[in-house]
Structure formats: C-alpha cells, structure tokens
Design a protein around this ligand. Structure first.
Ligand code: GLU
Length: 434
C-alpha cells in the first residue's frame, strides 16, 4: 500500500486504504479543516486519538470453561470536556472501527455544543451466544479491566450496538464497587443510558430516534417534504431504527420497507411500526412478520420512498447500493453508514444526504442530560428532556445549514466544519500546554 496522499496522514505513518473506515472519517475531518484553514497542529491532533486502550480479560462461561475476550476504549479528544461515547458488543469490533467511531463522537459533541469530548469502546463478542449471566460477568470484567480509564469526570461510556440499559447498570454498579465510599453517590454518572430506576433519564431510550425526528422537523420543509406525508424505509430495527420508525409513524409518515440481518419486508400500504417493534422484541428480527411481504435485498433498495434511513452498521451504503436506492433524502440514523463513493453517487443522482453527525446526535445529547441530572441529584420530567433535546437539535440543524451556506459545501462537510471550528476556537483560547 502506498503512503497516504494527505500530508497529515502520511506524517502520521498511514498507508493509503480508501476502504478503511478510520481513513474515511479522518478524510472528512481533514477536508473540512482545509476549508476552515485550521492550523496544521490541530489537524495532526484530530487525525490521531489521544489514547487507545486494548484490554484482554477472561470470562467464566456457564459450563465452567473460560474464554479470553478483547476489549477497547479509544479516547479521541477531550478539549471540550470529559470523553464521551458508547460501548459496542459485536463480533466485528476492531481498533480501527472504534477509533473511527470515537472521532465521530468528538464531532457530534462539538456540533451540538455539549461540554464533552469524544470516545468509543467495545468488546469483540457475539452477545447472542452468551447467557444473561455470562453477559453480566463479561460486562463486569470489562469494566474492571478499564479501571480508572473511565470515570464521571474523565470518560463516560453509554450504550451502542449490542449493549443496553441493563449492561450500563452492571457497568455503573461495578465501577461504584471500586470507588472510595465517599464518592459513591457520584459513581453512577460513570455511564449514561442506565435504567430509570438506577439514575437513568426519561427519554434516553428513544433519544437517538427522537433527535433524528427533531432534525427532520428543521430540514424537511426546505426539501419541500411534509412529515405527515412522507414514506420511508429503514435498515436495522434495533434501538435507533425502531424508535425512529415509531416516532415518524406517530407523525403520520408511512413505513414502507424494513431490512435487518434476517431479510427484508415491504407493505406499500404501510407497516405498523409499533406492531413490528413488538414482533422484533419477541422474535429477534423482522423475519416472519406476517403483515408485510418478504422481499429480496435488491427489491428493498429499489423500493421508492421519500426518506431512506440506514440505522444499522457502518459502510452499508456503498457505491452499488447507492446506485440502487430510490429515495429523495437519505437520513443517516447509524454512524457513518454511507461510504464516500456511495455519498458522491447519491448526490450526483440528486439525493439529499443528511449526515449522522447531525442526525444521530440526539443519543449523546440526552446522555449529557442524564449525566447532568446524576451530578445535580435531579430527575427531569420527560417533557423537560424532550424540550431540551428539541432545542439542541434545532440549534445544531441551523448551525449546519448556515455552515453549508457559508462554505458552499455538502451538509456533511458543513456539519464537520461547524464542529471543528468550535474545537479550533477552544484550542486557540486555551493554547497548547505548557
Ligand atoms: N452510542 C451512541 C452514539 O453513537 C451514544 C453515545 C453516548 O450517549 O455517549 O452516539
């Protein structure tokens, strides 16, 4: 592989690999930095995480045997505040992936103007293969292995793909048990996305989907679309996909097609998002849902919709998928679901692409509200959380729109510009230590 053509990445020793998610994400960060003319030392800082931690730890399985697991925590940047970002349990978790996702967290927090930095973590594991007790032991050992590398003032994990409120409860409980007793009450602020009865926040479960809907409230009118008249399709029916579908359904939008790891379904007259959510909760996937027709993956992509919402994994919308998709607007619910060639193809075909850094930042925004409630020993009402989220999402959407006008660029680049400009100002004010 050749040296990287970007001088910042070649200085850092990167070999050019356009299919690498980390290089794709950093490529966008550097392109936005060039547009802003940020100093070279800031570009170098952004192109490499501050800390990359890899831990190996054993877990006792129910049959008495032991398995060794690999876990990660990458802390990208903390100039704005403590590191913040999810914990993923998935077989495809790798250092490069976690690094890319950590950069995206820095961008999201800065775009929404949260006083938080960016991080991400995960364990290479297939959660479906573990029992509840094995999952609990794995979570607790992982948390213990992270030790002082996480903390309410330092780095605050949250749920992501393959993790949920229960796992956050085990993480917080484990962390608290290692804390000196006088700080224990604050210990629960070490993670967000916890169950309501243990320091969780109202509205956190639906937050990413709700944030996406609030962003659409701001952007759809300019695209000459009305929320109560649009049709949409979704990839992934986990937390983000199902909440987005249900909340859009409540606003009168029609869910036409859904695809997940088990296959794809379609009903032109509309799929009931709540009933499908119940089916997926009971059966684990959309397969076997009898109020829609099973369709091929190709038919799914070619289904004509107003909004196409990838809400599953990264890099799903590559060039070939982008050629097939028949939509007016692609709304990124997942992190980095569209590859750069995929995005170029969509834009060439006249599709508006609403970037994840804006569209899925509702999750971390309500995480911030949860952290704040924990630290102030408060419980906010569901309405207060919703109002705060609406205000934050609408301000972020306006920031992206005015950045796109100022820099005459795509919404993705505009979102990165708005995020990096904020970070640049803080570095200029604080200076580089010593
Ligand atoms: N995992 C979510 C994300 O990718 C949430 C992170 C958080 O709440 O800290 O944005």
């Amino acid at each position: 592989m050749a040296d990287h053509p970007d001088s910042v990445l070649s200085e850092l020793g990167f070999r050019y690999d356009p299919s690498d998610l980390y290089q794709q994400v950093i490529g966008e960060v550097l392109a936005a930095s060039r547009l802003l003319d940020t100093p070279r030392h800031l570009r170098l800082l952004m192109a490499q995480p501050k800390n990359e931690l890899i831990v190996h730890f054993p877990v006792r399985l129910d049959d008495g045997s032991y398995r060794l697991y690999k876990g990660y925590r990458v802390q990208h940047n903390n100039i704005l505040g403590p590191y913040k970002g999810g914990t993923r349990f998935h077989p495809a978790v790798s250092l490069e992936h976690v690094k890319a996702l950590a950069v995206l967290m820095t961008m999201k927090c800065s775009l929404v103007r949260l006083p938080l930095g960016g991080a991400k973590g995960g364990v290479q594991v297939s959660p479906k293969e573990l029992s509840v007790n094995e999952m609990m032991r794995l979570t607790r050992r992982f948390t213990a292995a992270l030790g002082g590398n996480i903390g309410p003032d330092h780095d605050i994990p949250a749920p992501d793909v393959g993790t949920n409120a229960q796992i956050m409860a085990w993480m917080a409980d484990t962390y608290i048990n290692f804390e000196p007793s006088r700080f224990r009450w604050l210990g629960q602020a070490v993670v967000t996305g916890k169950p309501i009865e243990f320091g969780g926040s109202h509205g956190r479960d639906k937050a990413t989907g709700q944030g996406l809907v609030f962003v659409l409230d701001e952007l759809l009118p300019e695209l000459h679309l009305a929320m109560d008249q649009v049709s949409f399709s979704v990839i992934g029916y986990g937390n983000v996909g199902s909440w987005t579908a249900r909340l859009l359904g409540q606003r009168g939008a029609r869910l036409k097609a859904v695809m997940d790891h088990s296959g794809a379904i379609r009903a032109d007259s509309g799929i009931d998002p709540d009933r499908l959510a119940t089916h997926v909760r009971n059966r684990g996937s959309v397969a076997g849902y009898d109020e829609a027709d099973g369709i091929s993956e190709k038919d799914f992509y070619q289904t004509q919709v107003d909004l196409f919402i990838p809400a599953a994994m990264e890099q799903m919308i590559d060039l070939n998928k982008a050629k097939m998709i028949d939509c007016k607007v692609l709304v990124e619910g997942a992190n980095a679901p569209t590859t750069p060639p995929g995005e170029r193809m969509l834009i060439d075909r006249g599709v508006d692409v609403l970037p994840a850094v804006l569209c899925n930042s509702g999750g971390v925004t309500v995480s911030y509200f949860e952290w704040k409630q924990n630290r102030q020993a408060e419980t906010w009402s569901a309405d207060r959380v919703d109002d705060g989220l609406r205000t934050a999402m609408s301000a972020a959407a306006h920031r992206v729109k005015s950045s796109a006008r100022r820099h005459q660029c795509s919404l993705r680049r505009a979102a990165y510009c708005a995020a990096i400009d904020n970070i640049d100002r803080v570095y200029r004010t604080r200076g580089i230590f010593p």
